[in-house]
Design a protein around this ligand. Structure first.
Ligand code: NAD
Length: 497
């Protein structure tokens, strides 16, 4: 059985722990590797390596850093297909979707290549007679990222390219369920010329995460994952005096107005609900049909959901792969069962799907549940699977109120041909990322990504300008270089200009 080690100080490292976790191939149901689970001592080794590396990396010039970033960008670009296959084999998503994930991560690397521009400070000449003021930002030190299984390349890339470009050193704790892509990324960083210790990977579970949260030399934590863990990370990290941004789970609604192009809306809804088997924090999991849009929408969505080709991620014909684990299959099926029991109508049923030749794979087919109401478990819980709930609202305002009553606030979308309705929606919803005729409105790398309410703990969104602010702290200098013969008054009252 293959063993997946950590990456510490520029090399593979087995660590001191004997604890391991199984890594599955979701398409075949086979156990394909074991990943080491780092003990606190291993975390300390990684953090100490990062702390040593910070001494020189934080002093490197902006052009030295950008040279490495440009080289890394080229290498990731050249290895996109290989990375996509690594992702697909452990996560299950189809290779083309995985390649899209690498591409979206790469856009953050490209954003970080502009770090000299992003770190430019402000300067004010002659704020008082003979006095100038200027500001600049410095890196924090060792920063850590803790990431979920669903985007094993992209989500860590929301963090490390920006953190490293700013002059920090980084310890990544990726999901133990699909850990291999992070090691390949570590090798590519090394090949790009990043000095040892600047980027480290420790695999693990709660014990490993807690060691990072409690480590006195970790200055900041970026977390992306489920809401209960995000809340915990934020509480424990901030209690230990760290800067924390913790992005949580989601329940994303798309509202469809009667004036929307139903063919366009249903195409996009099906892709947004079932792409990556619904295992996206920006997946649409609730469609809210407004007014008369309902029955025709359900009919169109049902027809298209039936056509989705489900199969192994490595098969080019597959549009949707398996979910991550047998436990995920059980949870998804349990919630569809509950939806049915509580009064929903399962109009497309993905339960019990068997993919020929892959009978042991962790498959659930696209599922549509109509007539869903806010009290039902299928709506209240984040399913994180290929299940679209359809709800009804009489007016746009009622649909907005429904969205705002939900505890999550990650993403949402509206399908309409009315600019007035779209504007009312964009101003009225309490959600961080909004799509207008765009179902999965993931912001580009030069904007920041993040939700509201239970989808984010901490103030800072991720990547873009907020990412640069998160990984740096500001200094403001007020300076005077008096002419030797110039008489300078000093006084006991508070200085004014
Ligand atoms: P998860 O919360 O189970 O795990 C995330 C990370 O936390 C992993 O590295 C895991 O090892 C670690 N972890 C798990 N349990 C822990 C514990 N008790 N203590 C400390 N650390 C722990 O999430 P997941 O199942 O890997 O990913 C799916 C979730 O992530 C979904 O809820 C999804 O909505 C969310 N997500 C959110 C975003 C976003 O941008 N808001 C993006 C992607 C995924």
């Amino acid at each position: 059985m293959r063993t997946i080690d950590h990456w510490i100080d520029g090399a593979l490292a087995g660590g001191t722990s004997t604890r391991r976790s199984d890594v599955w191939n979701p398409a075949t149901g086979e156990r394909q590797a074991e990943v080491m689970l780092a003990a606190p001592a291993d975390v300390d080794t990684a953090v100490q390596a990062a702390k040593r590396a910070f001494e020189s990396w934080s002093q490197s010039s902006l052009s030295q850093r950008t040279k490495v970033l440009f080289a890394f960008r080229q290498l990731v670009n050249d290895h996109t297909q290989e990375l996509a296959e690594i992702i697909s084999d452990e996560h299950g998503k189809v290779v083309s979707d995985a390649a899209g994930e690498v591409q979206r991560g790469l856009e953050v690397v490209e954003f970080a290549c502009g770090i000299p521009q992003l770190l430019k400070g402000d300067y004010s000449d002659q704020v008082s007679r003979g006095i100038d003021a200027f500001s600049f930002r410095e890196p924090l030190g060792v920063v850590a990222g803790i990431t979920p299984f669903n985007f094993p390349v992209m989500v860590p890339m929301w963090m490390h390219p920006v953190a490293i470009a700013c002059g920090n050193t980084f310890v990544l704790k990726p999901s133990e369920r699909d850990p291999s892509a992070s090691l390949r990324i570590a090798e590519l960083w090394a090949e790009a010329g990043l000095p040892p210790g600047v980027f480290n990977v420790v695999h693990g579970d709660k014990e490993t995460v807690d060691a990072l949260l409690d480590h006195p030399d970790v200055e900041a934590i970026s977390f992306v994952g489920s809401t209960p863990i995000a809340k915990y990370i934020h509480e424990r990290g901030t209690a230990n005096g760290k800067r924390v941004q913790a992005l949580g789970g989601a329940k994303n609604h798309a509202i469809v107005l009667p004036d929307a192009d139903l063919d366009f809306a249903s195409d996009h809804l099906v892709a947004a609900a079932f792409g990556s088997a619904g295992e996206r924090c920006m997946a649409i999991s609730a469609a809210v049909a407004v007014g008369t849009a309902g029955d025709a929408l359900v009919e169109a969505v049902n027809a298209k959901a039936h056509e989705v080709v489900v199969g192994p991620g490595r098969d080019e014909k597959s549009e949707m792969g398996p979910v991550i684990s047998p436990e995920a299959v059980d949870r998804i099926v349990r919630l569809i069962d509950a939806g049915e029991r509580q009064g929903g109508k399962v109009t497309v049923d993905g339960r019990g799907l068997v993919v020929p030749g892959h009978e042991q794979g962790f498959f659930v087919g696209p599922t549509v549940v109509d007539g869903v109401t806010p009290e039902m478990d299928v709506y209240r819980e984040e399913i994180f699977g290929p299940v679209l709930s359809v709800m009804r609202a009489d007016t746009v305002d009622a649909a907005i109120a429904l969205i705002n009553a939900n505890p999550y606030g990650n993403g949402t979308a509206i399908f309409t041909s009315s600019g007035e309705a779209a504007r009312r929606f964009q101003r009225g919803v309490k959600v961080g990322m909004i799509g207008i005729n765009v179902p999965v409105p993931v912001p580009m790398a030069y904007f920041s990504f993040g939700g509201w309410k239970d989808s984010l703990f901490g103030q800072s969104h991720i990547h873009g300008p907020e990412g640069v602010a998160f990984y740096t702290r500001a200094k403001v200098v007020t300076s005077r270089w008096p002419h030797v013969e110039q008489a300078i008054d000093s006084s006991f009252h508070f200085p004014t200009a």
